[in-house]
Design a protein around this ligand. Structure first.
Ligand SMILES: [Zn+2]
Length: 171
């Protein structure tokens, strides 16, 4: 995983970038701490031991753990720099975070019509009793067990990419 994998997943899933980055960090940081402690302990054992076999085994263990640790630290640093950096990021394909936010604010009822209150039949499955509910600017289907925002609803209904949906919802 890299920073970009996390950012892309956040965009695809329609969750705030900062949320995705913080969750990923919450997953990585305890693992990094754990590995660093293990390496520190193994080093101490190696330094104290006079047994050559134990020394060799510990050193090989340390090398393996350092190999595992390095990409995690690299990713955590990139994630931290990203959240501490400027808020506006240039997304691939020339769409900005502002454009994504604006697309997300596009009234979902202009995409999926709700003529009789907050409930309607779900357009994403064969639905005879209204299973889809509207709340704020999201819809949720209790049969599909999925939530859509304006971007993901446009992607699903029009069969377009994330970028195309964002561009289509700039108004
Ligand atoms: Zn459904």
């Amino acid at each position: 995983m890299t920073l970009n994998t996390t950012l892309q997943a956040a965009r695809d899933m329609g969750v705030p970038e900062r949320y995705a980055v913080m969750r990923r960090l919450a997953f990585l940081q305890p693992q990094i701490k754990h590995l660093e402690r293990e390496i520190w302990g193994a080093r101490r054992r190696t330094d104290r031991s006079r047994d050559l076999l134990i020394k060799a085994l510990s050193e090989s263990l340390i090398r393996d753990q350092e190999k595992e640790l390095r990409p995690m630290k690299r990713e955590a640093t990139a994630l931290l720099n990203h959240v501490n950096g400027k808020e506006t990021v240039q997304a691939p394909g020339g769409i900005t975070q502002e454009m994504i936010d604006q697309a997300r604010q596009y009234p979902i009822t202009s995409i999926i019509e709700f003529s009789k209150g907050r409930y309607r039949c779900c357009p994403f499955h064969e639905d005879r009793n209204p299973s889809m509910a509207l709340y704020e600017n999201h819809v949720h289907c209790f049969v599909c067990n999925r939530t859509w925002d304006s971007i993901s609803a446009t992607m699903a209904l029009d069969g377009v990419t994330f970028r195309e949906a964002v561009l289509a919802l700039q108004s």
